[in-house]
Design a protein around this ligand. Structure first.
Ligand code: NAP
Length: 325
């Protein structure tokens, strides 16, 4: 059983930024990376919109740099997956990973959300080779090309509109009406660069001999007709699922499972903070997640400082605490 001051669950931009701040404030900080170090951004080939990198940076390099910066101040990274969190005792909390148990005064939950997958052949294989879940990240690479957007909600139509800056867009939806707001539908209908294939599902994503997407196989759910539709890119927006399973029944969430926080990134459990996509259904940007991670870390720092006299000493942690600035 390891005693730590701050335990951060998740290693995307929110978790990495939080680690930098709590470690720099000289609180012993452990980050449990989760299954994918760096989170969703680590799977993005090129990041053009993270401030401070005028030439752009690859997702993996961005998260590696953020990690090194946090490590410089003493944050420790554990490549493991959290399997259980017990908040019932109040702080300190017990967090169990696949191979270790931690006891932490503060938890910062930054374990993100995952875009829902279609689960069809070719989807997983061609991520980054034509299949994308992020128009803001990847739209630019489809300048002058043809892409399809799968989905019929607000995300699908909003991202379809964004993608028209670069490409001709065909929206593929499984029904004959959209779930998206009327306002978005009206804007999308008015855009001459968007066309529609309704009542159709993607059954497979196909690639050329170089392993780059060339078409989708579609099935019309009303007629049963199967066709192959040529495209350079497949953008999938069929919803997101916050990774809140660990906290189910322990932390207040909205109806879709997004963790609820106040302005100070505090959840309803004293000593538990949350940042990034586990609580943000709207912005979903690396930079906004990083900012939220900082805010959560500063709140956590203040929380710990207010209780400085009561905290059990931890080996290796400096007794004189100073807040990050
Ligand atoms: P969503 O509202 O859940 O819509 C998902 C869409 O994907 C639906 O049209 C659904 O079809 C379709 N879909 C789901 N599973 C599918 C599958 N396996 N195969 C094919 N299609 C599938 O998700 P979202 O659009 O990401 O929006 C999530 C939340 O964020 C919503 O509350 C939304 O209002 C909000 N949001 C708001 C804005 C905005 O205000 N501008 C922007 C983005 C998101 P069906 O319609 O047939 O179920």
């Amino acid at each position: 059983m390891r005693r730590v001051r701050v335990l951060i669950i998740g290693s995307g931009p929110a978790g990495l930024s939080a680690a930098l701040y709590t470690a720099r404030a000289q609180f012993s900080t452990v980050v449990i990376t989760g299954p994918q170090f760096g989170g969703q951004i680590a799977t993005t080939h090129e990041v053009d919109n993270f401030p401070g990198f005028p030439e752009g940076i690859t997702g993996p390099e961005l998260v590696e740099r953020m990690k090194q910066q946090a490590e410089r101040f003493g944050a420790e990274f554990v490549y493991d997956v959290v399997t259980d969190v017990d908040l019932s005792t109040g702080s300190p909390f017990t967090v169990t990973t696949a191979s270790e148990t931690f006891v932490a005064d503060v938890i910062i939950a930054t374990n993100g959300a995952d875009p829902r997958k279609l689960g069809v052949p070719g989807e997983r294989e061609y991520v980054g080779r034509g299949v994308s879940y992020c128009a803001t990240c990847d739209g630019f690479f489809f300048r002058g090309k043809k892409v399809v957007v799968v989905g019929g909600g607000d995300s699908a139509l909003q991202e379809a509109l964004f993608l028209t800056k670069f490409a001709d867009v065909t929206v593929i939806h499984r029904r004959d009406t959209f779930r998206a707001s009327t306002a978005l539908q009206t804007r999308a209908r008015a855009n001459p660069k968007i066309s529609y294939i309704m009542d159709s599902v993607v059954e497979a994503i196909n690639a050329n001999e170089h392993g780059v997407v060339k078409s989708v196989t579609l099935r019309n759910v009303k007629t049963g007709e199967v066709t192959e539709y040529p495209t350079d890119g497949v953008f999938i927006f069929i919803g997101y699922d916050p990774n809140g399973g660990l906290f189910k029944g322990q932390i207040a969430t909205d109806a879709d499972g997004y963790v609820l926080v106040d302005q100070l990134m505090r959840t309803n459990v004293d000593g538990v903070f949350a940042a990034g996509e586990i609580r943000d259904r709207i912005w979903r940007q690396a930079a906004t997640a990083a900012g939220e991670g900082v805010a959560a870390a500063l709140s956590a720092t203040h929380w710990l400082e207010e209780r400085a006299g009561e905290l059990e000493p931890i080996e290796g942690e400096l007794s004189e605490q100073t807040a990050g600035d």
